[in-house]
Design a binder for this molecule. Sequence first.
Ligand code: SF4
Ligand code: SF4
Length: 428
Amino acid sequence: MNGLHKIVENISLDKLRIIIGDRTLYVWGAGNQGRGITRVLQDNGIDPVGYIDASPKMIGQKISGIKVESPDIISKLPVDDLFIIIAVFFYEQEISDYCREGRLVQGKNFIHYSSLKPRDYSIDVSGSCNLRCISCPRASKGKVKPPGLGMPFETFREVIDKIKIEDPFVGNIQLYQWGEPTLNRHLPEMIRYARQKGICCAVSSNLNNNNIDFQTIIESKPEWFRISASGWGEQYEITHTGGRWNVFIKNLERVAMLRKEVHPEMKVELYYHLYKHSIGNDLKKFHNLCEELSIEFHPVYAYLISLDDVLQYKEGIPLPATAKEAQCLMLLDLEDGLKIAQSEASLPCDAFRSIHINADLSVSNCMMFFYPEENRAVENFLDTTIDEIMSIRRKCDLCKRCMKFGIHRYCGVYSTYEPDIDTLIKNE
Ligand code: SF4
Ligand code: SF4
């Protein structure tokens, strides 16, 4: 099983300088990973001249003064003068193949960022959520905690300091996974501290709280602000269960306005979950609204985000009632998704490289699983070295059960289907 977890050579900063020499450096990937690694490189006196990205939305943009080029740039530059660091979470293999077709040699002209940064980190600073979305394990098992709890700021500092010692190339982290980060009132201080340490932060919010001080959060300069929605008006509240449309829409407009006034470089993206009830005119209205507010619009087919439930289902345990409700609304069926995932069971797991630290400092074996049972690698991140954590995770039974059914590929299956917006708008 461990053969399915990628093994990477770890390249030091000094070795990287020697490999690059005086060649022109590009970072492939203008997303979270690319921006993070760029920040670390710049902090260490290595300056990429540009990003490369295949997304038409990104090409031509400037991110902190660095231009995003299309992949065509490769054919326009002399191969011997070029060095690329591929910094993407998905499609690493496809991009490597593209580079090889352009006569670039792995190790000489390009490397994967995982050779520099073998691990990603997510810190669930809140540990609680105010919604109970039916596709989420919180709908069936989560317990509501009052807002304001979560990881203390001092603890967060220690976590960041340890990460920087153990993984100096870490330049980006996400401050969420199963929690609503804005419920932690220390969020702005946390973002500021991470930035001081050369780490860009991604936050995600359901925007369903009237009492969040978005101004202070955005002034602290998160790099990335991710929002999710599904449906317009009352329809929104079906799968963003417990949410209130009026609060959401007011906060969405506020975040867009604050981005413009306070932190224009912050990437704001709206993940629009495509269900049977959220296509047609609702999809069109959201698409138009995002254009109006200059928010990146990403429609994605909805899936069950609780891999706990998906795994149990494959093992013969029925889905919880809430997950069944979500299943009935999905456009790409659970069974079809599982069949494709099973066919990819022999491929590596991308999630294994992610270290997920919970608000109580415990570390999960896997960030994609929510329930703590069988999913606690260690109780305290601060007391355990990263090598020990990885060693424990490599022996984890949960991974064996998950990989048997290819469930480690399940979420990726849904992101590989590019939705045809025009058709889905016509399909009411
Ligand atoms: S999907 Fe996100 S917003 Fe919805 S309940 Fe789960 S953690 Fe909360
Ligand atoms: S449990 Fe998580 S880390 Fe392990 S194989 Fe499955 S998705 Fe990957």
